[in-house]
Design a protein around this ligand. Structure first.
Ligand code: RRO
Length: 320
């Protein structure tokens, strides 16, 4: 009963003749639950418009900080059969330059979520404030980049520091604040509870997982940064487990991310507790048509199973 009430709190009931794919996450109304994940294509207004046209329900941009960063030197990517290891190193033009791209997207028909990082709570908040001023509908705090020192996971795996960042940002902007968290922690439920307590409006789980590869001929690590982050199908069961555990720990909505390649994966995340899902690595393999195929697949699944809405199946595996 308690869980059912929690379920209602997360997802308000809707009338049956509404679009079954429509979801509301952290106050953002999404026509469908698919979201472009940060770091994939979300770098310019032209590409973002293309992703919107391809059918995404919302967009998350590449993470942006206060100052421009070149990122790491090549090689920054390793393509594997089961995913990709990247160590891009947060390349971005800095928020002052990126504001121009955000401003060009004022008429984007779907929510624009700007991914933000910083090296202190104040820096996160300053970047978030600039992003919102330029027109961002929400910010996603990158508390989980696995391979850049002084930010990302180094902040986000420490619940006290993560709380400081969230409180600082919440104090500075009036738009929704989403925290993207890492699986690379011992007490995931404790971290999620701290994030909720600090006032985050939603949690995205998960970022990439620390990984590496070695060239057996040269005997050297392949990435210039040696360590990178693994994404793609290999991480999906880890990400589903994280969403499942976080759902048991908090009442705020969860956005599932990690290795989704088709509608079945998307449904699995939703059953684990995700109110929406992010699509990333698969775009490199299958292009932007994945948004439509995933949406259509979820729609057919709901119809076949007799559900009226995506909302009816969020967290359903917990009530089995
Ligand atoms: O830019 C990157 O290297 C990067 C980031 Br910001 C992140 O959050 N996750 C990732 O795998 N790579």
């Amino acid at each position: 009963m308690e869980k059912l009430l929690q379920h209602k709190k997360r997802d308000e009931m809707q009338s049956p003749n509404q679009n079954p794919l429509m979801v509301e996450v952290a106050g953002l109304k999404l026509k469908n639950p698919t979201i472009l994940a940060s770091g994939i294509l979300g770098t310019t207004s032209e590409i973002i418009e293309k992703v919107a046209k391809a059918g995404a329900g919302a967009i998350v941009t590449k993470s942006v900080g206060l100052k421009p960063r070149r990122g790491y030197s090549n090689p920054t990517l390793i393509q594997l059969d089961y995913g990709i290891i990247n160590a891009m190193g947060l390349p971005n033009p800095g928020i002052h330059q990126f504001k121009k791209e955000i401003e060009k997207l004022r008429d984007l028909p779907i929510p624009l979520i700007v991914s933000v990082y910083g090296f202190s709570p104040q820096e996160y908040a300053e970047v978030a404030e600039e992003a919102v001023e330029a027109g961002a509908d929400a910010v996603e705090l990158n508390l989980s980049c696995p391979h850049v020192g002084g930010t990302g996971t180094e902040i986000g795996s420490n619940p006290k520091l993560a709380m400081k960042v969230i409180r600082e940002v919440k104090g500075r902007i009036k738009k929704p604040v989403i925290a993207k968290i890492t699986a690379n922690v011992a007490d995931l439920k404790g971290l999620a509870r701290s994030i909720e307590e600090a006032g985050a409006d939603a949690i995205t789980a998960i970022n990439t997982i620390r990984a590496m590869a070695i060239d057996i001929e040269t005997t050297h690590p392949i990435l210039s940064n040696i360590i990178g982050g693994l994404s793609g199908p290999a991480v999906k069961p880890i990400a589903v487990r994280c969403v499942y555990e976080i759902y048991e720990a908090v009442d705020i909505p969860i956005i599932g991310c990690g290795g989704i390649i088709d509608w079945r994966d998307a449904v699995e995340f939703i059953l684990a507790g995700a109110s929406a899902i992010q699509i990333g690595t698969v775009i490199a393999y299958r292009g932007l048509s994945v948004f439509t195929s995933i949406k259509n697949g979820i729609f057919s699944y709901l119809k076949r199973k007799g559900y009226k809405s995506v909302k009816d199946i969020v967290g359903l595996s917990h009530r089995a």
